[in-house]
Ligand binder design. Structure first.
Ligand SMILES: [Zn+2]
Length: 319
């Protein structure tokens, strides 16, 4: 049996064909056609899979099911997406039903951050551990919580929305969600820049990143590079960022006590440098029995995490 999976994004859909061990047999990308309220997206995915089956000589009869990762809030039990702005989808759509009609096989749908987390848990940095938390530090901050092998969805599907965890009680920066002080406002790529501007004004440090701060062209990567080069101001910012992340992780740790905390996304490219700072604060802050043996690691699967996790839903739920 084979499993099909699609990680549907605003620009491209990443498609994968996997065996039941979730090893990738084929993978490719197709552009996401957002025209006419994104009504062609699912059919394009289905047709691309059918074409691949003809080309590679496998039968759609051997397909166990299709897993879909979608960038929007999901009612997991019913496969209903409540709007996905990046796909030009508005209102509630039953994606499971729509794709099952196309493919004639079982379908499971989850949010893109959740499937990426599940991918890392089953085949990546989580090494199959039953209790894993993933946090993605990119343009925004996303995440997923896996407790006893299952993704936590919660009552409204908002379980694991780690970006909107309030950590800045001074509420200095506005979040896209409408609130102020969310983790995303101080720990995403934009968040790192937010903090750099804030403290540069307040503390008047002299720093290697002065010109970009003055010109308003600063990017998160420059703050990390300067910190690695020993710049005091940049180090101060990275300690602040790490502190907020560690605080969020310490609270999650007394809730689900993960064995692995996986850090992914563009900001995580700072690698051990960032992890070491987070780890140090995390160990100081966290209830000791909840932190004991917990490993903070970087994500391993890159762009494949989402499709592997989407396929894992089929492996897990289709018997
Ligand atoms: Zn928020």
């Amino acid at each position: 049996m084979i499993i099909l999976a699609a990680d549907v994004g605003g620009t491209t859909c990443k498609l994968g064909v996997m065996n039941e061990a979730l090893e990738i047999l084929h993978k490719w990308e197709i552009p996401t056609n957002k025209e006419e309220e994104g009504r062609h997206i699912l059919r394009n995915i289905h047709e691309s899979f059918a074409r691949n089956a003809r080309l590679k000589g496998y039968s759609m009869e051997d397909v166990k099911g299709t897993g879909l990762g979608i960038p929007g809030p999901i009612d997991f039990d019913n496969g209903v997406v409540n709007g996905a702005i990046n796909l030009n989808w508005h209102g509630r759509k039953n994606i499971r039903e729509a794709y099952e009609q196309l493919s004639g096989k079982p379908v499971f749908v989850d949010n893109d951050a959740n499937v990426a987390s599940l991918g890392e848990q089953v085949r990546g940095a989580g090494r199959g551990s039953k209790d894993v938390v993933c946090i993605t530090l990119g343009t925004g901050v996303g995440g997923g919580i896996i407790s006893n092998h299952e993704l936590v969805h919660g009552y409204n599907g908002s379980g694991g929305e780690l970006g909107h965890f309030k950590v800045d009680f001074k509420e200095r920066f506005q979040c896209n969600c409408g609130h102020k002080g969310c983790l995303e406002t101080v720990a995403s790529a934009t968040g790192v820049v937010n903090l750099a501007h804030y403290y540069y004004k307040e503390l008047r440090f002299s720093t290697l990143i002065e010109d970009d701060l003055e010109a308003g062209t600063l990017q998160a990567k420059q703050v990390f590079d300067a910190a690695k080069a020993g710049d005091e101001f940049a180090l101060y910012i990275i300690r602040k960022v790490s502190n907020y992340i560690a605080y969020a992780l310490s609270v999650i740790s007394v809730m689900t006590n993960p064995e692995y905390i996986i850090i992914g996304g563009g900001v995580s490219k700072a690698g051990d440098f960032l992890i070491d700072h987070i780890e140090e604060r995390y160990q100081e802050m966290t209830f000791s029995p909840a932190a004991e043996g917990t490993k903070i690691v970087t994500a391993q699967l890159g762009n494949d995490a989402g499709m592997i996790g989407a396929a894992a839903l089929i492996k897990q739920y289709v018997k």
